[in-house]
Design a protein around this ligand. Structure first.
Ligand code: COA
Length: 191
């Protein structure tokens, strides 16, 4: 099977939180959120450089619209209590192995209440149950304890470390911890 179903445009995480395509959120709003969180995001994500500007957020939204459901770059805004709170996206590795990678970030002020754990759990469910994937991956800087804890809470298994793989916005190379969850494990966990 090489065809991929269209990703859902609305993913309801819980009563307070839903996922919507990033291009449905005004780029100005998303940019303001990134701008406010720039230093905190830049520690672990490469895009949040001092040069990141509104035009980059606009381009990102345009590319996300263009690639939606086609090249597999499904980028969602996390909308919490009707306000954008971060993003979560899915990137396909390829058609034949049916593996995807999930990446995410959250407004610093909204950390600590499980928004991301629940969003990752829901998107993982979408990947297995609606998109028919075989494997979901998450990667994080080995020093990114909060991100690794999200993967572990959702039930991902630690696969190992790829050395000096990640580059952050400050140009620092870091070792990357890799996690995965297989369809068989997902099915076992559900029963
Ligand atoms: C990584 C990141 C998303 C984690 O955010 P987070 O707030 O720790 O994650 P969650 O939203 O799942 O919240 C988990 C916390 O809420 C608590 N929590 C409360 N209710 C919860 C619930 N119902 N379910 C799960 N956790 C819950 C957990 O115990 C945990 O608390 P702790 O921080 O004291 O351990 C965030 O730190 C971030 O965006 N960092 C910068 C960018 C980044 O690193 N992105 C990832 C790159 S790989």
């Amino acid at each position: 099977m090489t065809e991929w179903p269209d990703p859902p445009r609305l993913v309801v995480v819980d009563d307070d939180t839903e996922l919507r395509p990033v291009f449905e959120v005004p780029s100005e709003t998303l940019y303001a959120l990134i701008d406010r969180n720039r230093d905190y995001l830049g520690e672990f994500l490469d895009f949040a450089t001092p040069e990141y500007a509104l035009e980059h957020a606009v381009r990102y939204a345009d590319q996300s619209r263009e690639n939606w459901g086609r090249k597999g770059e499904q980028a969602y805004a996390i909308v919490h209590r009707r306000r954008p709170a971060g993003t979560i996206g899915m990137h396909r590795y390829g058609s034949r192995n049916r593996a995807v990678e999930i990446g995410y970030w959250l407004d610093a002020g909204l950390q600590g209440s499980g928004i991301m754990t629940r969003s990752v759990a829901k998107l993982t469910e979408v990947a297995f149950e609606q998109l028919g994937v075989n494997q979901v991956n998450i990667s994080a800087d080995v020093a990114n304890g909060r991100s690794r804890a999200v993967a572990e809470r959702v039930g991902f298994r630690f696969d190992g470390v790829t050395r000096q793989w990640l580059l952050n916005a400050k140009g620092k190379l870091a070792d990357m911890a890799r996690y995965s969850l297989l369809r068989t494990e997902w099915e076992e966990n559900r029963t």
